[in-house]
Design a binder for this molecule. Structure first.
Ligand code: PHE
Length: 352
């Protein structure tokens, strides 16, 4: 019987067949269960002989079933693993990804280009004092340039002035109208030689297709000994060629006026018409686009920062970042830059 049962168990082709074997031997009506019941009616002597035999049989069958069960289960798992395929090379469902805003992209590009030229990145506050934004830059209170800057004033500053408690160097009274106050802050906090760019937000009360009340500028400042207009020209040429990624770019310098530079130079970049669109570059330009203001730092500005203008000279420039982005990436309206329209960002944004 033992052999018969163990053979049947070992031959069980599946878990159902094995369960049938178990019921037949060990179930309530099972053969071994019936044998175990006979033990109670035996004499002690008989039981002493039959007990171990029947128990041994029960154990052997139970072990056989457990072993066969494990084998069948393993086989079932192997079969499932073989039939179910999981393709690890399939792309995962794309999570909605953000993009880099063109302004951030251009700021990063500027930082990289100027880092190669030895410029560090400097920053300053967007809420500024009168002194840093104007006076130290040789724009006195009565200067018409103040009116031209369409300044946003801060009520606290206005109140302090009215109350006579304003301090020109510490009372924050306006939103900076340009990044030039970072020139002042840098000269006050660092010893020359200085080579920095300062990208950031600027504010003017102005709004149309090419002006928004908040916009971005990048300031450049070099202070060292023996700096000339030639250094400025070379730096700007190198920058513009690297930024627009072409060598056939012609720059035009035009005399201009800024209170904080002398001489002052406006820089135009040559464009060529490609299918009616203005594209920066071309050895023989079809026209010019103004891209930045610059000049040699005015003696009065160097003096205002506690430096001796006979010892230290330098150049500075200021450039609209949004405009640079528009020219490089072909946008024709400035306003959507700041609308946060996700379709525009998808179209013009940069994937990270
Ligand atoms: N701050 C000037 C502007 O906003 C630009 C500029 C910066 C000009 C530095 C000369 C030197 O128009």
């Amino acid at each position: 019987m033992r052999e018969h049962m163990l053979t049947a168990i070992a031959a069980a082709s599946g878990l159902d067949a094995l369960e049938a074997c178990r019921v037949e031997a060990l179930g309530k009506q099972g053969t071994i269960t019936a044998l175990l019941k006979t033990l109670g009616k035996m004499t002690p002597d008989e039981r002493l002989v039959q007990g171990p035999i029947i128990q041994g049989l029960r154990e052997a069958v139970a072990n056989g079933i457990a072993q066969r069960k494990a084998t069948l289960e393993r086989a079932a798992l192997d079969a499932r693993l073989a039939s179910e395929t999981l393709d690890m090379t399939l792309p995962a469902d794309a999570a909605p990804a953000g993009t880099i805003h063109p302004v951030s992209q251009v700021m990063d590009e500027l930082a990289e280009i100027f880092a190669d030229l030895g410029f560090a990145v400097a920053t300053g506050p967007e809420i500024e004092t009168d002194w840093h934004n104007f006076s130290a830059l040789n724009i006195p209170e009565t200067h018409p340039a103040r009116a031209m800057h369409d300044t946003f004033y801060i009520q606290q500053g206005i109140d302090a002035k009215a109350a006579g408690t304003a301090d020109e160097k510490t009372t924050f009274s306006l939103l900076r109208t340009h990044t030039s106050p970072v020139q002042i802050r840098t000269m006050l906090s660092q010893k020359p030689p200085i080579r920095i760019i300062a990208p950031g937000r600027t504010y003017r009360s102005d709004s149309d297709a090419t002006h928004t009340p908040m916009f971005h500028q990048v300031e450049g400042l070099v202070i060292d000994k023996g700096i000339t207009l030639g250094h400025l020209k070379w730096t700007l040429e190198t920058f513009v060629k690297a930024f627009f990624e072409r060598d056939d770019i012609v720059l035009r310098m035009r005399p201009s006026y800024f209170p904080f530079t002398e001489p002052s130079v406006e820089i135009d970049v040559g464009y060529t018409l490609v299918k009616g669109k203005r594209v920066v570059g071309g050895a023989e330009p079809d026209g010019w686009l103004e891209i930045l203001g610059s000049g040699m730092v005015h003696r009065k500005v160097i003096e205002a920062c506690g430096l001796d203008p006979d010892e230290w000279q330098g150049f500075a420039f200021g450039c609209g970042i949004d405009r640079l982005a528009m020219l490089k990436y072909g946008m024709d309206d400035l306003r959507p830059f700041f609308d946060g329209d996700i379709r525009w960002l998808k179209h013009y944004g940069f994937s990270s």
